[in-house]
Write a protein that binds this ligand. Sequence first.
Ligand code: GLC
Length: 459
Amino acid sequence: MLYYNKVGIFMSFVFSREAYERRMKWYTEARFGMFIHWGLYAIPARGEWVRSNERIPNECYDPLINEFDPKHCDMREWMRAARDAGMKYVVMTAKHHDGFCLYDSAYTDFKSTNSPSGRDFVREYLDAARFFGLRAGLYFSLIDWRHPDFPHYGDRNHPMRDDPKYENSGRNFGRYLDYLHAQVRELCTNYGKLDIIWFDFSYDELRGEAWRATELMKMVRSLQPDVIIDNRLEVSGEGFGSLAACRPTPYHGDFVSPEQIIPPEGLKDAEGKPLIWESCVTLNNHWGYCATDKFYKPAPMLIRKLVECVSKGGNLLLNVGPDATGRFPKEAIDTLQQIGTWMDRNGDSIYGCGVAGIDKPEYGRITRREGTLYYHIFDNTLGPLPIFGIEPGRIKSIRRLADGSEVPISKSWVHSDYPHLAFADLGLDPVLPDPIDTVIEIRLNNDDETIYNKVRKEL
Ligand code: GLC
């Protein structure tokens, strides 16, 4: 495919599926990660869009830096919480739309190292993530509401968008892009290996080459050859990107990033091949800390939503917005612990798993790793449980995943009218051992062609 670079020279770009799949392997196995939105906006505590929503100019927002001293921030505690919840990777905001950097950027004074804390939180975070064996990434905002060369008046989102005093003559977007590129370069140079870069986001005219995206991507890939990058140099939470269209640009994203939604039917590219995606989801209704938002999603719901993502072939990136003291909200801590308790027993049905190729049963969902199937039971059946999608003779064993105990194949007369189905005998108790999600692990006879291979050919 041919592209113009910024001086109008044709360039060719060759997409290597092999290199792509190699790069994405750990990520599709990980399935579950933590997003962290944190910055000065934790002080007003009305979410990270507070500047835009309330039209706050620089002179009113900047002084917050003098208060930013999160004494209770212990990145090891944050990372321990992520690991204990069963998350395999983390992504933290190095800079959000407000322009405040949580790291020691050489190109701005508006950074945490200039706050009373004097700390480089990106470095602390990356060190702690690595200590706990987590893959670590950085979110970086393409939008910067503080930079004088970023469009103000008339922009769709800028805090000063309605005020003609902030009209744009004299603003030099090229100079802004130099700043953006320089900041990305320093993150890619000064902090060791990054596993993910999560750019955010494109809209209206500001997309693709408007960001000098080919050049940016080339630089990032030369400094961080294995890094995984989202698709928001091209799109936002809406839109799929050029990889989905099977016309990858040099700055195509590695994964689709649906926001606050789980794709109803999973995602495929234009040729019908499964796409790699990650739903990012808030715990309450804000990314950045919001003191009054107590609408937290219950842990049982989130566990089932994680299962839903995996059963549709995607990842879940669950967000925490730490407060201005540097602590996770109590509700977040409790929720993560509950998820961790379930993951500790049932993680095998999540990691490395994906689409089962069997229709979703009415009582729950199915995930699969190669020839092993995981039936997630949310809702007990009355009497023995029908094992949809597998011919009865093919089942080698059924075990409760949480304790490894055998689940016998039912011999009851009650299902004698359904000889094409095997039924699992979960015992006499009508209440499921795990009311959130009881997982049974089904192994198949391998002398037969497994359903896995059969389905794989169809994908
Ligand atoms: C957005 C928002 C934002 C948040 C993000 C997470 O598009 O602008 O504040 O960081 O998506 O997906």
